[in-house]
Design a protein. Structure first.
Length: 119
């Protein structure tokens, strides 16, 4: 993800309209700032598309809550994976340790499967 863009180069970092009647000049917008804006927008869109792709969705301009739905689906999936590895309290020492035989794909952490959603 790109870093936060710099504000426009004015005394108060805001855009201003010009006023010919007073001689006040409007904000001059340079290519550097516009290119930073374009890059930031493209980077944000790429990040959003990556989240959508994680749940098999594609951008749809007629939908306004796709990103929210995708994030909820990812969280629900992670919660389901994590809860599948929780044993009842008292089953083991603290009730949260996975009692499956150790293998290269198992872990004592109930969160390892959930965190794998984000790798």
């Amino acid at each position: 993800m790109k870093d936060i863009i710099s504000p426009v180069e004015t005394a108060d970092s805001l855009f201003h309209d010009g006023d010919p009647s007073t001689g006040a000049e409007g904000t001059v917008v340079h290519a550097k700032w516009l290119n930073a804006m374009q890059g930031a927008m493209m980077d944000t869109q790429t990040e959003h598309k990556t989240i959508l792709a994680e749940v098999g969705a594609k951008p749809d301009s007629s939908q306004s809550a796709q990103l929210l739905a995708a994030i909820k689906a990812i969280a629900t999936n992670c919660a389901a994976e994590a809860s599948a590895h929780i044993l009842p309290v008292g089953t083991l020492t603290i009730g949260l340790i996975d009692s499956r035989p150790k293998s290269s794909k198992s872990s004592n952490s109930i969160f390892s499967n959930c965190l794998s959603c984000f790798r």
